[in-house]
Write a protein that binds this ligand. Structure first.
Ligand code: NAD
Ligand code: UD1
Length: 344
């Protein structure tokens, strides 16, 4: 694999995938997008083209469609795959577990089968800090116990295990399991960002709408956690830092011999946290957003959200050591870029 390599990006029309496509193009790779548009819009292609000056190849297909996926591999000499495609809403996964397991797990099985049939064996998978569940302590290291608490999180852990089994069965694979903390923000152009449908579940999109006046006030879920101000603490990571983390992981896998990609964990998939390595409370986010927008964010402290943990943030040292990557954009930039996108 070299720069110029063709990288298949599943879910490349989505929030993180679209930013990764921009980062890949900037680094000289050629992304090929497959996305069934179940949670995104084809207009993102125009925006990627406006940012990068080039329009990536795009296939509006479901990754579970083996015939369609095979045709893409026949058309493009794919060198590696980044697999973002998946369903990600925790509450929805509790209500519709079969849809979540079918979409997330079957897409991965079909993808790996088609990759193997075409001798493409470099794969990066979007995992989540949700696989840690309620951690015994913070910062969270990659070797912490894995105990997801909902079907979405379990689908992520199952896929990590499936990919581990695949690695054992065939040492020709190079696999990266990237556990994201809380991706927020938007590309600095304001052209691409996060557009959740309906009322947002996640903090930053909700706060953006309160700042814009389309929602009246923020419900702060819990003011009685053992944190400095009582509100929940998370590791927010700017989506462009996260996108660049994928380029770093791709380069790392490229530099490894097949069968050895696990770094100091020994042979196995590469497993790394992608986070900033520090936490901010809900109220700190509110204050940073007020500063970035020059607007007031009214809020009310309410009861805890079921399933929430008090504090979660990454030990980000492994990514720094192995991938030579760390975040460079702070909370102010995350808020400013999220707001810029909202205004556009
Ligand atoms: P997103 O919903 O914006 O993007 C996912 C994309 O995948 C969407 O464009 C959707 O249309 C597409 N898709 C879903 N199922 C598909 C299928 N079967 N075939 C083809 N396309 C399909 O979500 P995102 O925030 O960009 O997340 C990307 C990945 O990162 C997901 O796997 C998610 O679970 C994971 N992740 C996200 C977060 C987060 O906070 N956003 C945190 C940790 C992990
Ligand atoms: C949630 C998901 C997690 C997923 C992540 C993606 C749950 C239980 N967890 O994580 O699996 O990987 O999104 O980004 O849904 N908050 C409020 N008011 C709001 C919204 C959020 O106070 O309206 C608080 C939460 O209690 C939490 C923090 O803000 O302390 C961040 O919440 P959120 O953005 O939903 O992310 P997570 O809960 O970390």
């Amino acid at each position: 694999m070299t720069q110029n390599s063709n990288i298949l990006v599943t879910g490349g029309a989505g929030f993180i995938g679209s930013h990764a496509v921009v980062a890949l193009m900037k680094a000289g790779f050629t992304p090929v997008i497959v996305d069934n548009l179940s949670n995104s819009d084809a207009s993102v292609l125009d925006r990627i083209e406006a940012i990068t000056g080039r329009r990536p190849a795009f296939y509006p297909e479901d990754v579970r469609n083996e015939v369609a996926l095979t045709a893409i591999f026949k058309t493009h000499a794919i060198d590696a795959v980044i697999h973002f495609a998946g369903l990600k809403a925790v509450g929805e996964s509790v209500a519709e577990p079969l849809r979540y397991y079918d979409n997330n797990i079957n897409s991965t099985l079909v993808l790996c089968r088609v990759m193997a049939a075409h001798q493409v064996k470099t794969l990066i998978f979007s995992s989540s800090a949700t696989v840690y569940g309620d951690p015994p302590s913070v910062p969270i290291r990659e070797d912490f116990p894995l105990a997801p608490t909902n079907p979405y999180g379990r689908s992520k852990l199952m896929i990590e295990q499936i990919l581990g089994d695949l690695f054992v069965a065939d040492s020709g694979w190079k696999i990266g399991l990237l556990r994201y903390f809380n991706p927020v923000g938007a590309h600095e152009s304001g052209l691409i960002g996060e557009t959740p449908q309906g009322i947002p579940n996640n903090l930053m999109p909700y706060v953006s709408r309160v700042a814009a006046g389309t929602l009246e006030y923020l419900n702060v879920f819990g003011g009685d956690y053992s944190t400095p101000d009582g509100t929940g603490v998370r590791d927010y990571i700017h989506v462009m830092d996260l996108a660049e983390g994928h380029v770093a992981a791709l380069k790392y896998l490229e530099s490894q011999h097949a069968g050895t990609s696990g770094g100091d964990f020994g042979p196995g998939p590469l497993i790394v946290n992608l986070g900033a390595g520090r936490g901010y409370s809900v109220l700190e986010v509110v204050r940073a957003f007020e500063k970035a927008t020059n607007r007031q964010i009214p809020f009310r402290i309410t009861s805890r959200r079921p399933g929430d943990v008090g504090v979660s943030y990454a030990d980000a040292s492994r990514a720094r050591r192995l991938l030579n990557w760390q975040t460079t954009r702070n909370l102010d930039a995350m808020c400013a870029d999220a707001w810029h996108f909202m205004l556009k």
